[in-house]
Write a protein that binds this ligand. Structure first.
Ligand code: AP5
Length: 223
């Protein structure tokens, strides 16, 4: 990015935040940070805290703001974030958004560019039902739209492709409820920010093209 900006992705579970944030990060040459990936990796440890985190993630509830806020602040201050950063799954509450604004302000950055992916409920359910993730490296596939060329093994490292613990139907519905509850105030909070709503119900490459154009436009406008 020509001037340092943070891009944040909002969207329901399965809307493509992880897919699009990694694509955009590689196109812009900036790092991407997913709070969901971080939490899943911390939950794999063999400690009582990790066990509690595993249970919480499997329930579909949000974790405490402090836990994710301190991780995001540390990530933003790393040297490789100096030219910009993409945040996948953060902020999810107004408190997290206020925290992010304060950290960015402290770093001398503008408020974030907010990209909201809209996908129909049927589309979300189909995607989450078909999602498979490599147990070793976390690469994401989909039985409907992005099958692995190695069947039930990851193309990158041969790891087994598994379902996420929170991709069971009853937990998906709980995550949808959580998103509906927490996103409405967040969208209001960003009403006066650079907030763009994008139709995510299209093939990955078309959504990616639009997001890249938005990111370039926002950075040029700020330059
Ligand atoms: P997180 O990992 O962020 O989960 P989520 O928000 O529920 O989103 P998902 O990862 O399920 O979906 P996605 O939008 O990234 O879609 P994806 O690209 O994978 O968070 C998990 C949990 O961590 C939360 O429930 C909470 O407990 C905790 N947490 C995380 N952040 C937190 C925070 N800030 N505060 C508190 N708690 C927090 O795509 C889905 C599937 O569809 C894939 O298989 C993909 O290949 C496919 N796909 C993607 N795009 C398309 C397309 N255009 N067409 C067809 N298929 C597509």
């Amino acid at each position: 990015m020509q001037s340092s900006r943070a891009v944040v992705f909002l969207g329901a579970p399965g809307s493509g935040k992880g897919t699009q944030s990694s694509l955009l990060a590689s196109q812009l040459g900036v790092p991407c940070f997913s709070t969901g990936d971080l939490l899943r990796s911390e939950a794999r440890a063999n400690t009582p805290d990790a066990f509690r985190l595993r249970q919480l993630l499997a329930s579909g509830a949000l974790v405490a703001d402090e836990l994710v806020c301190s991780a995001v602040a540390a990530r933003l201050r790393r040297r490789d974030s100096q030219s910009g950063v993409i945040l996948d799954g953060f902020p999810r509450t107004v408190e997290q958004a206020q925290f992010l604004d304060a950290v960015l302000d402290d770093m001398g950055w503008a408020r974030p560019i907010v990209m909201h992916l809209d996908v129909s409920a049927e589309g979300l359910l189909k995607r989450l039902g078909g999602r498979r993730q490599c147990a070793a490296c976390g690469a994401v596939y989909n039985l409907h739209s992005r099958q692995s060329l190695r069947g039930s093994r990851c193309e990158l490292d041969g790891g087994a492709l598994v379902e996420r613990d929170d991709d069971r139907r009853e937990i998906i519905l709980r995550r949808f409820e959580e998103f509906a509850r927490s996103s409405a105030p967040l969208i209001r909070y960003y009403a006066k920010a650079e907030y763009v709503r994008v139709n995510g119900d299209r093939p990955v490459n078309l959504v990616a093209e639009e997001l890249l154009a938005v990111a370039h436009g926002a950075v040029l406008a700020a330059a």
